[in-house]
Design a protein around this ligand. Sequence first.
Ligand SMILES: C[S@@+](CC[C@H](N)C(=O)[O-])C[C@H]1O[C@@H](n2cnc3c(N)ncnc32)[C@H](O)[C@@H]1O
Length: 262
Amino acid sequence: MTIDSGSLLAKWDSMFLRTVDPTRERRMEAILGVLGPGSHRPIRVLDLGTGPGPLVARILDRFGGSRVVGVDADPVLLEVGRRALRRHGERVSWVLADLREKDWSSGLRMASFDAAVSSLALHWLEEREIRSLYRDLRRILRDGGRVVTGDFLPSERTRKRSRDPGGASGGDYRAQKEDAAVRAFRVQWTRWWSALEREPTMRSAFREREIRLPGAIPPRRTPGPTDPVTVETHQRSLRDAGFGGTAVAWREDGFRVLVATK
Ligand SMILES: C[S@@+](CC[C@H](N)C(=O)[O-])C[C@H]1O[C@@H](n2cnc3c(N)ncnc32)[C@H](O)[C@@H]1O
């Protein structure tokens, strides 16, 4: 590969951090904190909507004995992750699957996990898809295993407010700042993908992407992050799926890390 996959992964992180995901590092740190104090404790973790594996990289670095499976619907992002984290050998595996499909978990190479984590990914799913996903996770996790959802998870109250243009939504200043962040993100996003598209060794991954995700990510039939499922709905869905004690472990603005235990 003529472009360095490690630096692509680093750029992925900074592209989000500097634009639409300003609390990224603290959210990732909160997710790691839920997983435990670190060291060589062996843990088996599933990362949902892993992208090129920024959270996978952090888990592998922090938990010496860990094994991680990253799941994503995008073959190009998985290929970047595979190359960037090759040094971890068999501790990491990558599974191409659409979390909205019934059989998404059929290709996982481990029978049971200690935790299912996600970062900035589940907001692409609709409520019924989230409900079904959490039911599947209850089956996949060991007893005492945890779901750790780190994402933009607004509360019902703030989501209602932000839909009301006359309400106390934080005012024009905040809206302008958010628009500027989205614009900056789009510029960097296009650059990031263009560099990859020019890379000859990525051609087959792009061909597969064109078949599986014609158009682009996000897949067209998702609601997208403009109207994400609220934290209360996530909590209800987890409880209905049979998870106990759901709690918000970390929060900054509308970003939260939600934890539930089997
Ligand atoms: C904003 S990226 C986040 C990636 C990574 N977790 C991070 O924190 O940088 C959202 C990821 O979710 C994946 N995704 C969206 N919808 C999906 C679906 N239905 N099934 C699997 N992956 C999906 C996308 O391909 C993308 O990699």
